[in-house]
Design a protein around this ligand. Sequence first.
Ligand code: ATP
Ligand code: MG
Length: 789
Amino acid sequence: MEADGNTIAETPAGFRCTLCSVSVPNRSSLDQHIKGRKHQTLSSVRDTRKTQEEHSVFVSGIKPEVSPADISEYFQQFGQVCDVIVDKNKGVYAIVQFGETDGVKAALSCVEHRMKGLKLSIKPREKKDFKLIPKKKDVQDVQQVLEHLKPQLCELMSVDEQMRYVVEHCELGEHEKKARGLLVQLLQEVFVEFFPDSQILPFGSSVNSFGIQSCDLDLFLDLEKTKVFQAHAKSTAVPAGEDMSDDGRSEDSILSDIDLTAASPAEILDLVATILRRCVPSVHKVHVVAGARLPVVKFHHSELNLRGDITVNNRLAVRNTHFLQLCSWVEGRLRPLVYTIRHWAKQKQLAGNPTGAGTLLNNYALTLLIVFFLQNCDPPVLFTVAQLKDMACEEEECVIEGWDCTFPSQPIAVPPSRNTQDLCMLLAGFFSFYAKFDFASSVISVREGRTLTIADFLGQNKEEEVMQEARPPMSPHRSPRLGPLNLLDPFELSHNVAGNLNVRSVLGFQRECQEAEKYCRSLQYKRKSAKGRSWGLLCLFTPSGATARTQTEPLTISIPFKEDSLPASLHNQLHAMGDGFQLLWFQKVCSAVERVLQRVLGCRLTPSTDGVFGKSSAVDPDEDAETVALDTSGNDSREMAEPQNHAVGTKRPPPPSGDASASPQGKRPRVAKRGKPKNPHWACVQKHTVWAGRRKVRRELIKDADSRPEGSCVELESQVTAHIVEKETEIKEPLEFKVEPKMVGGTESSMAELKLVPTNDKTGVFQDFFHFLQVFLPKMVETLLADEG
Ligand code: ATP
Ligand code: MG
């Protein structure tokens, strides 16, 4: 693509941006990537470097005693000099940058250069290809370690042994722990000089028992006692000219310059950054990231080759680190599971953005997903946070920023689990649990060890808000940012720790869990290969891409029959249908799908069989069986037959608590019996990228109102679409696709399956639309069905 400096190459799998080392599957993702911050920043750095190269000359033959000012003065005769960079080690060459390229030409055309008795030699500046140098040294390290260990892993006798081997070889070694401890001690000594009574506390992977070699060092600078000190010092007003506070400690100017109680975290962190730069040996690359959810100072310790982060308002993180520590002390199987799953997720590119920015799970969120799974095993492997609270004694009570963070400090207070499953089974169980997890409509509560429906959760939150108003606020307990994966922090219950994920990353996670679940059912997972082939964990650790799905797989969206979420009136109608309940439900689903596509997402729809859909459950559409067709139009003009006992293995849904015959109309809904099988489908046309940027538009539309999750309100979603249609230009070639619904499964697992077939996708955006529909459609259909009640 010439427009972008020849950095985009077309590949068999899509496109590759060589500037950012990123591959994307299609043109629309490429457009998104090019508009994105990373590409824009790198392009601008590259362009600046290019301009600098074109405007400068390379000068050799100088001596260390010649100053940049001398060089600048000499070269002014050829044109305006903007910058002179002298090599700092030996001072024998320099780069002179002119304001215009004419200066370069003039300097190069001059045959001899003499300055201060020196003969200089001038060359055009060497042009280097600009390349992003990946900073993933730490990640490489562990990957390399495991790559190296493959033969040994293969030789072990069981998956359990493999998992324990992974821990042994990836965990932080004693030396590393000691080095970290020394750095913490050094920082403590330095900071206490400037912030009396302050404390520096490590949290995260360095101390939570899940650290890997060269993981970052997360630190919390606790200034609570310093604030007390400061307030006390102010009230006892130190006489002018004296620099000692009343308890004899030197009060550095930093403290007198800033009121810690009134200062923002970013202001305090600026000071912390200055102290790090000036006073801590071997600390480099210090910078403040002020815009993050929790502002942070980042640094690098060159001697220890260690990246560190310091925050000043993160007391909860120290506490949740202790919680994870406790879980791992209480339950020995947690560490092997966490190390294995973290590495699997890293290899599959599902997790690993340590800053929590980006759209991948970070390690904390992933660990909480593991904890939640273990709370839901039968019998549970881990207790819920609420149960742990009850095991704590009075002295262990702990409230931080208004959140109850109580749990026992000692593992002895927690009884052992009755679950005796081995690691091999638990790992397979984890994949299977999340392979079929209903992320779209659940809120995961590690505190309670169960999921809440989004509606229940929002209701609970409302009650909480009302109660909050009655008591003095300890902290603003806002509603969490709901998204495609809702995982509540165990203590800060208004925080969705996976709020940064998007639909694509959640689907990716679930898809990889499904793949892993399939693999874990095979003998290759459980049994060592007699021929020395890869088995057990080794196949799970294959990087994604190596097992990428092919584009030819059918694109299907499943809408499961969820009895619990149906309104009572619909439930009664279905009950009245007896064994034909599936067909009536399928009819309702089809009509809801039609509404979502047409009215909510603005697709142009052409039903191929005048709005008639058919096929009974468990019947393949290609089979020549008797079919029952349903009227989705709500039109009563056709002749309807009695409910059929047609479906293989169908049973009526469990009777609702009321009178089963109490259909609102007092009669059974009508089902049309047709002689000829039909292959129903809609032909759809979509002209706008209605799937892109919805979250932002939704947020703007509901600014101060209740935060509503995606797909919970038909009216709102239609407005979101209208906004996108109004603002965005049409896709060059409208997207055309067919939707073919069919009913599958028996009573216990009935579901409507929609097969989507792109018929015109010249711009290559269908995959994006499909990923969006995979989550959006089932959620909206559920909302529409609930609204029927
Ligand atoms: P690693 O640094 O190896 O990636 P880690 O165990 O340190 O793993 P991080 O994701 O870096 O995990 O998180 C470190 C700590 O920061 C966690 O223990 C938690 O206290 C806090 N934290 C991280 N992400 C979040 C989040 N999304 N919400 C709340 N707290 C978080
Ligand atoms: Mg960390």
